[in-house]
Design a protein around this ligand. Structure first.
Ligand code: FE2
Length: 206
């Protein structure tokens, strides 16, 4: 990682805020999501904190770099890096999630499943510009496809989920038949950014 600890301060502050929010165990999900959304909006105000190592596209696959996972797996923060034209399969999450646009543009299309299992588009496709935030939740709509709006450049979004999302048993769906297949996403990275070297900050206080 080439990013200095001071550069990572916005991400550290976000993680601290999300940890305090997770400690507030009695919150209803809509309130929790609204508060997390406020924290994420602050994180998205500038994009200079994202380590270069967590912003690298892959020629064939969109990348999911874990930025932080709560030790009790109450939330996780992930950098999604979309190469030109890359898109997800139709998938769900099983937990609430926020998608915040950092660089570039994404297009999301929601789906709902009919009683016979067939997928039907749920509303029009939505375009996420930098600073925009989308919400998924089993309570309000949890199936979607996301793609990079650009065919000639990278887009990056910062996601926060109400679990260790890379280890959640969820589903991908055949877009024609609606057939669900089990899927566990994992992560693209073996390391997470070091948020905790605050030595320069502490030395500055001496
Ligand atoms: Fe998703």
């Amino acid at each position: 990682m080439t990013t200095s600890p001071d550069t990572l301060a916005p991400l550290r502050d976000f993680v601290i805020g999300m940890t305090r929010l997770a400690d507030d165990a009695g919150l209803d999900e809509p309130v929790r999501i609204a508060r997390a959304r406020g924290l994420l909006a602050t994180l998205l105000r500038d994009d200079t904190w994202l380590p270069d190592a967590c912003a690298q596209p892959h020629p064939d696959f969109y990348q999911q770099y874990l930025l932080h996972c709560d030790p009790l797996e109450r939330f996780s923060v992930v950098s999604f890096v979309w190469g030109p034209g890359q898109r997800t399969p139709v998938h769900n999450h099983e937990v609430w999630g926020l998608i915040g646009m950092l660089r570039g543009v994404e297009i999301g299309q929601r789906y709902r499943r009919e009683a016979d299992g067939v997928l039907v588009a749920d509303g029009a496709a939505e375009r996420l510009e930098p600073g925009d935030i989308d919400v998924v939740s089993p309570a309000t709509g949890d199936i979607h496809v996301v793609e990079n709006a650009y065919t000639d450049r990278v887009s990056i979004s910062i996601h926060v989920y109400g679990a260790n999302i890379g280890a959640v048993k969820r589903h991908v769906f055949d877009p024609v038949t609606g057939l669900a297949k089990p899927f566990v996403s994992g992560y693209s990275s073996a390391f997470v950014p070091n948020l905790w070297d605050r030595s320069a900050q502490v030395r500055g206080q001496a």
